[in-house]
Design a protein around this ligand. Structure first.
Ligand code: MG
Length: 309
């Protein structure tokens, strides 16, 4: 597979402080455009063992891999089932949401692919969008209809499961609806202690927060409303702040729901993740480009951490 043109340049990182508690949250000033040339990029995930970032180019039906050691970029999988969101599970295995195949899959250590979820009560899922895993082996994902609205991000089709829900898959394969009152659920992330689940609704331009009661959810109150576009992916930093992808960049929220400030980005941001050996490098998928910058904060815990419970 030929390498693609790497590192498309840098742009100044612009931070917009909206609350005094945003002080100290900064980057190194340079927003690196690591690669550009995608059509609509989503779903970055950093592999600490492989030292690469995988991300989706949904309309072009491929997963790309950016190599931290060489800055080179190449195709990891093509065709890829129009993948969208990714995460790593408690064993560091890649978990992918596939619009085109209307399923959630796991790539095993030997490279084979296991289907984690594809149907509910006989109907096909819509187009799984984003996914998070827990140390207990459960996998939680959202299932809006963006991949079946048209042929652009998958295959045009109809909703067969009664709506756009949030699901949990248990290690034994059991699939359960954990929230069914969303319009278009999209990004999701657990609080660092696992007691809360944040879920965005792109159609409502909101983040809602649920209490996690074992394997079920309760609550679901409004946590934040997006002031520019709509939220897509979200991630937490080590202090529990919620970083949300939006039209003008990344919005950073205090756990109490206050918008602390923004990182402004030249392209609409779809998703983000923290990576690097110290988890202090922010990676952004933003429309046609993959960006990164080093930050003064660190990403939150992951299910594969040796300290995870
Ligand atoms: Mg998404």
């Amino acid at each position: 597979m030929p390498l693609l043109e790497p590192l498309a340049g840098t742009v100044p990182a612009v931070w917009e402080k909206l609350d005094d508690r945003f002080a100290g949250i900064r980057g190194d000033g340079r927003l690196e455009r690591l690669w550009t040339g995608g059509r609509w990029l989503e779903g970055p995930v950093y592999s600490p063992a492989g030292r690469y970032v995988l991300f989706s180019d949904i309309p072009n039906d491929r997963i790309l891999r950016w190599d931290e050691t060489s800055y080179q970029i190449s195709e990891y999988r093509n065709p890829a089932g129009n993948t969208n969101g990714h995460t790593l599970d408690q064993e560091g295995r890649l978990v992918s949401c596939e619009h085109g195949n209307r399923r959630v899959t796991r790539t095993e250590h030997d490279g084979s692919i296991t289907v984690l979820a594809s149907h509910r009560d006989g109907g096909r899922l819509n187009s799984p969008n984003d996914v998070v895993a827990r140390a207990d082996g459960t996998v939680w994902f959202t299932d809006p209809a963006y991949g079946i609205d048209s042929d652009y991000e998958g295959f045009k089709g109809s909703i067969e499961v009664g709506g756009c829900h949030v699901y949990r898959v248990d290690p034994d394969g059991t699939l359960a609806v954990v929230a069914d009152d969303f319009n278009r659920p999209n990004g999701l992330a657990f609080s660092n202690d696992g007691s809360l689940l944040y879920v965005t609704d792109t159609e409502e331009a909101t983040i809602r927060v649920f209490r996690v009661d074992g394997s079920t959810l309760s609550g679901g109150e409004l946590f934040a409303e997006c002031g520019n576009g709509a939220f897509d992916g979200i991630r937490l930093d080590s202090e529990g702040r919620v970083w949300g992808a939006a039209a003008d960049g990344v919005h950073v929220y205090h756990p109490d729901g206050t918008l602390l400030g923004k990182l402004l980005v030249p392209e609409t941001v779809s998703n983000l993740c923290f990576g690097g050996a110290k988890r202090n490098r922010l990676f952004l998928t933003a429309t046609t480009s993959l960006y990164s910058l080093f930050t003064t904060v660190n990403g939150g815990p992951q299910p594969y951490d040796t300290t995870a419970t």
